[in-house]
Design a protein around this ligand. Structure first.
Ligand SMILES: [Zn+2]
Length: 591
């Protein structure tokens, strides 16, 4: 292990053929090399870890190779190639703009560009993270980028194309590297695993690939990390433990329990998840994803949107067959609602549990009646032994639930009756009420909702009040007093606006129109502050029909001619003969 090389380096592609998932780019580059149509400057953009720098290096090596192969790859044997492979080539210069972003760094580089290559044809400058260059550095670089010596090629790489100034963009041939597909990463990982003599489960590699979010480099480092932990056998279990991923099995179980309206089992599964160290939100988002996958797999058109190994897809197909589309949509909506409000909840655990209850209720509308009864019986103290099939809910299953959350027991009673009547909504309300009764800690949680509802109810009244028309009469004196009051109170917020307004005299006209003369258009057009002034006056004068009308100074001011053309035009206006003179003498205007 002393010579351990990380996989991302060991398996770094050294030919175009080996680059994963960027076929369009590599073949374009190869064609350009073959036809000798290489641009002077390239911009490689795309997310991190997708092969930008790797492609830049391969390009640099290939164009310097002395015997490029028929498939437009470097021969890996000539002097230039070997020095490249030993990282000893003088023809490649890499600059990390993240740490060398000053003008001096770029000037240094520009200096070096002047010296032609001693061996090989081209000198290649790779500037990584080019968006980090300072504005001055960019400018220092422009000239060189525009007219580089024929032997110089620039490859700029960046993850953030939008930060590159247009003058640079227009001088580069742009290549957009895309995220590498999960399947491509999985394939590559299994190739690496085989080479490293690691026995890997397909599911394990798939999960790593998924977590890498399109970045092969990340996938390879994760692979290394887990292999160093688990040895030559890489299992799905190792992976989820290491990456802190919640096993998809849980979601299959949860969905199964939802479909059977088996609330007790649901709460137990959730308890298990919490005990394994995952937090509620993690579970909620995961459940949302799971339901989404079930929905996607139902339609052949959307299957491609879900990323899962073939065996997992089969599992999804089986479960999806048991779920109706309407139920999935309703469940997704509930999940999303509770996911959004998770952060504001005081009792996170209860929050998720209520979500599960709601989901169970949604399931009941689709589930057979006996399932409803069964679920109700589970939580109804004293009755379970009569109604329940013994094999489905052993005593042990019910016990912890009753001890932990007495709230649910109370809550179920009204719920059941409501459900039997076939109304879903009152059941939900009963549930809330029960929660309050059962556990004092949750009162706060519920009261937020209640007060929000109360707020909603009050809102229309407030709006009505605002819409009332107020036309309290006021006179010039009162207006001026209010005007002064505003300028004094607004001094802190915007001193310039307040003092400008203080200079103007408001004049009350008919229909509550307030006219005021401004000497500066900017003040009258300062909409935010003007509106503050208007609101202030409306409120103070108790009149919401008043309007502000600024008047601008008449345009009788003398226009000063600044440029030569303006001077000429002014002169021509005054003495039209000048134009004739200009025409007769065939004079050209020099401006
Ligand atoms: Zn070569």
């Amino acid at each position: 292990m002393e010579n351990f090389i990380v996989s991302a380096r060991k398996y770094r592609p050294d030919s175009f053929k080996q680059v994963i998932g960027q076929h369009a780019i590599t073949s374009t580059l190869q064609n350009a090399i073959k036809n000798n149509h290489l641009a002077q400057a390239f911009l490689f953009t795309g997310p991190r870890g997708v092969g930008k720098t790797t492609c830049a290096r391969i390009l640099a090596k290939t164009i310097n190779c002395e015997n490029i192969t028929d498939s437009t790859e470097a021969c890996n044997q000539c002097e230039s190639c070997t020095s490249f492979n030993d990282s000893a080539s003088f023809n490649i210069h890499e600059l990390d703009a993240a740490s060398n972003n000053s003008v001096d760094d770029i000037r240094n580089l520009v200096e070096r560009v002047r010296i032609p290559p001693q061996v090989g044809k081209y000198k290649v400058y790779i500037i990584d993270e080019v968006h980090m260059l300072s504005a001055a550095a960019f400018n220092a670089f422009l000239k060189t980028l525009e007219e580089p010596p024929p032997y110089a090629k620039f490859i700029l790489a960046t993850t953030e194309k939008h930060k590159i100034i247009p003058t640079i963009l227009s001088r580069c041939q742009i290549f957009d590297f895309r995220r590498i597909l999960v399947d491509d990463i999985t394939d590559y990982l299994s190739y690496v695993a085989e080479n490293e003599n690691v026995e890997a489960e397909e599911e394990a590699l798939h999960t790593i690939a998924q977590k890498a979010d399109g970045a092969l480099r990340d996938a390879l480092s994760t692979f290394d990390q887990i292999v160093s932990f688990s040895g030559s056998k890489l299992t799905y279990k190792n992976v989820i433990e290491n990456l802190n991923i919640l096993d998809y099995e849980y979601y299959f179980r949860v969905t199964g329990a939802l479909l059977n309206a088996d609330l007790s089992n649901l709460l137990l599964i959730f308890n298990e998840i919490i005990e394994n160290g995952f937090d509620g939100q993690h579970f909620m988002t995961g459940l949302g994803d799971h339901l989404r996958n079930l929905l996607l797999i139902k339609d052949p058109g959307t299957v491609q949107l879900m990323h899962a190994s073939p065996s997992l897809k089969e599992k999804y197909t089986t479960q999806a067959a048991q779920c109706g589309v309407n139920w999935l949509l309703a469940a997704l909506e509930i999940c999303n609602k509770y996911d959004l409000s998770y952060k504001t909840s005081n009792n996170k655990r209860l929050h998720v549990e209520i979500c599960l209850m709601q989901l169970t209720l949604t399931g009941q509308t689709a589930a057979p009646v006996q399932a409803v009864q069964k679920q109700a019986a589970v939580v109804r103290p004293g009755r379970e032994t009569q109604t329940l099939p013994a094999q489905n809910t052993p005593q042990a299953v019910q016990k912890p639930m009753r001890e932990d959350k007495p709230a649910y027991e109370k809550q179920q009673k009204p719920k059941l009756e409501e459900v039997k009547k076939g109304t879903e909504k009152p059941a939900h309300q009963a549930e809330k009420k029960a929660v309050v009764e059962g556990n004092g800690r949750k009162i706060k949680n519920i009261s937020i909702k209640d007060s929000l509802n109360a707020l909603k109810k009050n809102k229309p009244q407030e709006e009505e009040a605002a819409e009332q028309i107020l036309t309290t009469p006021f006179d010039q004196e009162k207006l001026e007093a209010c005007w002064k009051l505003f300028t004094a109170s607004y001094q802190e917020k915007s001193p310039s606006f307040a003092s400008a307004i203080a200079k103007y005299k408001p004049v009350l006209k008919d229909d509550f129109v307030i006219a005021y003369k401004v000497d500066n258009k900017i003040i009258a057009e300062d909409l935010l502050n003007v509106s503050a002034l208007l609101q202030f006056l409306k409120k103070e004068l108790r009149n919401n029909q008043l309007t502000l009308t600024p008047t601008f100074p008449e345009k009788n001011e003398k226009k000063t001619a600044y440029t030569d053309r303006e001077k000429f035009e002014q002169m021509a206006k005054k003495y039209p003969d000048i134009v004739k003179l200009k025409e007769q003498l065939n004079l050209e205007l020099g401006f």
